[in-house]
Structures are given as structure tokens and as C-alpha cells.
Design a binder for this molecule. Structure first.
Ligand code: ZN
Length: 249
């Protein structure tokens, strides 16, 4: 990923998406915000015990750094629900694990602390989406649900889609000692050693099976538990949330 800095915020960007006209996106780190203690400092999550005023200030810093009019997010529930975002919503807009829009000025925010955010961009039709995919999202094939929503709601051909898989739990750290009950049997082909699974490859395969061309998928391949610049639930327990945003100008 590209490492950049805007308004004092370190931001990461997918190489292919960074060059796209009219598309704005970024992955945040834990740095550049005002939260203290376990949430230091750019915590974007409201539900982990941080001061709400600090979270609001962090979200505002992010919005300004990206030059967007508003940010929207949903209460993420490890399901496959998608919400289409129109021209006026702001802040928390409901319960879902995927957001999509064809409206300029709004940033779709997925909050993370080891789960994947998967950014989808249809540059010709000018539609973007952002998906929250934890291991439960892999089990329920959220990637496919997101691609299907873009086709049905906005007429996006999956072959047009570009995808970015954000920093998240790598196979180095994705240990599932209870995989016999938690993961379907056909995920065993993604078991690399011991009880460690390659969740990135599962998402990559689910995207390609949904019709996204493999050469249009970029994987950050950064593990949040190993790389100290992100919040990681597996590493820290009580921690903040970093985020991935995509929008249209
Ligand atoms: Zn790791």
C-alpha cells in the first residue's frame, strides 16, 4: 500500500485505487488522533469505552483529511446486510456489514480491529462500496453478498469492479482452535499449518468466484496483530478501531 499523510493523519492507500479519478479512499492507522490510553490515538469506534467527544473529534479529523462532506457507518453485526447510502445521511445509519453509494461527497466507513474491510469500486458506473468481513463474514460469504448488491441495486457488472482488501488478521495470527465448529469443512483447504487459516485468500477466492477479475484485486497483506500501527483486538483486547473509507468526489 502507499503511505501518505493528509492533515497530519498517516493514511494508507491501495495502489490501483489511488490513481482513480474521482475516487477517494484510505485506510487509517492508530496514529494522528486525540484519544488516550488503550484508545490512543485515532480511535474511530464508539462502542469500546472511549470518550465519545474524542471519537467525534477523530472522525472529524478523518473527514477533513479526505475532503469529504460527511462520513457514514453502520453498526456492524457480522452478517451480510447491505445498505445503499443516498444524498443526505450522515453518521450512524443503521445495522449492516456493507455500505454502497453512487453519491459524491459521502465516505463509507468500515471500523476494524482485525477484521477485513473490502473496498469495491466500479469506476465507469461511479459506484463504490465498503464491506466488513470478519471470519464470520467469510463463512457467510459477505464478499458475494456485496457484489450481488452492487449488481442488483446499481447495475454494476462484477467484471468492472476493482477491490482492495485492507490490513487485517493474517494467516500468521488467524488461529482457529475451534475451526471444526466455527468454519465450514471446505475452508480446510485454507489451513496452512496448525490451526492457522488464510482468511485473505478466502476473501480473494470469494471475490473472484463472484466475478471480480483477479488482476483487479489488491491485497494489503498487512497483519493487524503483527503490525503495531493498527488497533488489534487479538493483540490488545481492550483497544480502539481503525478504519477504511471509500467515497466519490
Ligand atoms: Zn500476524
Amino acid at each position: 500500500m502507499l503511505r501518505e499523510q493528509e492533515n497530519g493523519l498517516p493514511l494508507l492507500r491501495f495502489v490501483a485505487l489511488a490513481g482513480m479519478e474521482g475516487v477517494v479512499h484510505a485506510v487509517t492507522t492508530r496514529h494522528g488522533g486525540v484519544s488516550q490510553g488503550a484508545h490512543a490515538s485515532l480511535n474511530l469506534g464508539h462502542s469500546n469505552g472511549d470518550d465519545p467527544a474524542a471519537v467525534a473529534a477523530n472522525l472529524e479529523r478523518l473527514r477533513q483529511a479526505l475532503g469529504l462532506e460527511r462520513l457514514v457507518w453502520a453498526q456492524q453485526v457480522h452478517g451480510t446486510g447491505m445498505l445503499g447510502v443516498g444524498g443526505s445521511e450522515s453518521g450512524l445509519i443503521g445495522q449492516a456489514d456493507g455500505l454502497a453509494t453512487d453519491q459524491p461527497g459521502v465516505g463509507l466507513l468500515i471500523k476494524q480491529a482485525d477484521c477485513q474491510a473490502v473496498v469495491l469500486v466500479a469506476p465507469q458506473r461511479r459506484v463504490v462500496a465498503n464491506l466488513h468481513i470478519g471470519w464470520r463474514g467469510n463463512v457467510h460469504n459477505m464478499a458475494q453478498a456485496g457484489v450481488r448488491f452492487l449488481r442488483e441495486r446499481y447495475g454494476v457488472d462484477p467484471a468492472e469492479l476493482w477491490a482492495g482488501i485492507s490490513p487485517s488478521l493474517g494467516s500468521c495470527c488467524a488461529e482457529f482452535v475451534n475451526h471444526a465448529t466455527e468454519l465450514p469443512e471446505d475452508f480446510l483447504r485454507y489451513r496452512l499449518w496448525g490451526d492457522n487459516f488464510d482468511l485473505w485468500q478466502i476473501t480473494m477466492d470469494q471475490l473472484t468466484e463472484a466475478g471480480v477479475p483477479i488482476q483487479q484485486i489488491e491485497m494489503s497483506a498487512m497483519c493487524t496483530r503483527c503490525a503495531g500501527q493498527f488497533f488489534s483486538y487479538r493483540r490488545e483486547g481492550v483497544t480502539g478501531r481503525f478504519g477504511t473509507v471509500v467515497g466519490l468526489r
